[in-house]
Design a protein around this ligand. Structure first.
Ligand SMILES: [Zn+2]
Length: 93
């Protein structure tokens, strides 16, 4: 399974959640161990150049068609299971 189908770069990163200024966010330095660990989890500290807002934002988020894809996989699995079951039934009868 291709993971890139499920996650994509958070496009809202470029917009400040506090003042809504576009392209004002900058990645701030990880100051301690916890922030460094958070960074590994793709939650990075950011600060806004125009209003001074500081906070963490998720670098990646689930893509919009995530649930559609999951449903598709489940449907495919159910169909496959149904076909296999029918095949086995007719084979052993
Ligand atoms: Zn701001």
């Amino acid at each position: 399974m291709n993971l890139k189908l499920f996650i994509k770069k958070n496009v809202q990163l470029s917009r400040c959640p506090n003042c809504n200024t576009i392209a004002s966010l900058r990645r701030s330095r990880s100051r301690n161990l916890i922030e460094r660990a958070m960074k590994k989890l793709k939650v990075s500290p950011y600060f806004c150049q125009s209003c001074g807002w500081r906070g963490r934002l998720l670098t990646y988020k689930l893509s919009r068609n995530f649930f559609k894809l999951i449903l598709m996989y489940i449907a495919l699995m159910l169909i496959t299971a149904y076909i296999v079951q029918r095949f086995l039934k007719s084979y052993f009868d």
